[in-house]
Design a protein around this ligand. Sequence first.
Ligand SMILES: [Zn+2]
Length: 161
Amino acid sequence: MLRHKKHVEFSWVKAHIGIYGNELADVAAEYATRREAVDQVLGIPKSWLQYILKQDTLLKWQKRWESSPKSRFLYGLMSTVSTKRCYGDFFLNQILTTHGCFPQHQHKFFGKSPSCICGTDFGTVSHYIFGCSRYHFIRSRFFPLSFSSMSILELVNHHSA
Ligand SMILES: [Zn+2]
């Protein structure tokens, strides 16, 4: 089947009982588990199939990521999807997703004031990282000297390194 079909879709079905094709597949699968040897060769390596499925999944994920109206701040930082990137830090994830104690986020979901307590700007991730006077000491102590010329993603990666 894989040799003749270019596009194969997998889908979950609630139950196979009563669906003729699924009943046949169930009987065939059960029979196959009792056989000593495998007599069906696909003619394609398993690794190739895994590669094609991974590429297809990444392509669909990328298209979905590009067209989604959600998480546009993160999209601005990371426009390309990747399975090799993982940030497990609670605080970094709040920065990357903007889903943290930032007033602008709190305003969006809880109706609180979107302004920073310093009163000079909105309480956004960018304001806290680059502009808020209340965090000058933290920036001078923990951020690299050239932080003002770095992007948020560069700072996150600098921190994670
Ligand atoms: Zn501020």
